[in-house]
Design a binder for this molecule. Structure first.
Ligand code: ATP
Ligand code: MG
Length: 260
């Protein structure tokens, strides 16, 4: 199948990496062959999966330099069905070079073409910007998943993402669609949650996914142990919410009726 989903919004700290890592891990738990690709030079996905620099043999910067094939950059993880491509941009010099090479907007698309069919799902963790590597990610993607931090709604960032996806659709990737908007760090019965939800529904109701990700410190804690939450505390509300999100996405994409 090889469905490519970018997790993207131009706002920092809203749960993009947490969503990319835990969604990818949950898809793998459901025995979907999944690849998590870290497209954020800060390399947070590697930390969340316990990839210390000595465990990384190559990564996305090698693909952009054309020094390694993308297949060579794929790393196995603790989950049988989950593979990982790290960002490996760990010096200012590499970062500068990466910024330059990622101006070519189709490097990632061309590279992913060679491995797309090996996976059921490819999840891309984007940085909080809408240029360079993110353009590469969206040019390669079938859809975009937009995480919105509950209670800190930035309608402007959601609007910008929709505008950017529209531009990509019109100029270079006509097939791209919005996978959906998912609330992260959701706090029930809070006034700010209620207000932000209302605001978002006014404009984007049809895009809101059923699953909401609750606020849970365990999601943060698991990162310190280099594990997705399903390998740290499978029966926690955060782990179960990401399994629900994976289930919703599988049902949506594989035409299965969702049973709640
Ligand atoms: P950046 O734009 O900097 O890459 P991001 O959008 O990827 O940020 P994350 O790194 O996923 O955001 O999350 C920001 C912080 O919030 C992290 O410390 C993470 O552990 C924490 N966090 C994410 N989701 C939750 C949640 N549901 N409950 C509690 N904390 C969370
Ligand atoms: Mg991130």
């Amino acid at each position: 199948m090889g469905k490519i989903i970018s997790v993207c919004i131009p706002k920092g700290g809203v749960g993009k990496t947490t969503t990319a890592v835990n969604l990818a891990a949950s898809l793998a738990v459901a025995e979907k062959k999944t690849l998590l690709l870290d497209a954020d030079p800060s390399g947070s996905s590697a930390i969340a999966l316990g990839f210390t620099p000595n465990k990384i043999k190559a990564g996305i910067s090698d693909v952009f330099n054309h020094s390694k094939s993308i297949s060579y950059t794929i790393h196995p993880t603790d989950l049988r069905f989950l593979s990982f491509i790290p960002a490996n941009i760990n010096s200012i010099k590499l970062d500068e070079r990466f910024t330059k090479t990622s101006e070519n907007k189709s490097v990632l698309k061309n590279a992913l073409r060679n491995i797309k069919t090996e996976f059921d799902y490819i999840i891309i963790d984007c940085p909080p910007i809408l240029s360079g590597i993110t353009t590469n990610a969206l040019n390669s993607s079938d859809s975009v998943l937009i995480p919105v931090k509950s209670g800190h709604l930035s309608l402007e960032a959601v609007d910008k993402t929709f505008q950017y996806v529209k531009m990509i659709k019109e100029t270079s990737n006509p097939e791209i669609v919005i996978e959906g908007i998912v609330f992260t760090m959701y706090e029930k019965n809070s006034k700010v949650t209620e207000i932000s939800e209302k605001e978002l529904k006014l404009k984007y109701k049809s895009y809101l996914l059923n699953t909401v990700i609750p606020s849970s410190n365990l999601l943060n804690e698991a990162t310190f142990y280099g594990k997705p939450l399903c390998l740290y505390k499978i029966n926690s509300i955060g782990a179960l919410a990401y399994l629900d999100l994976a289930y919703e996405i599988i049902c949506k994409n594989e035409n299965i009726n969702q049973i709640n």
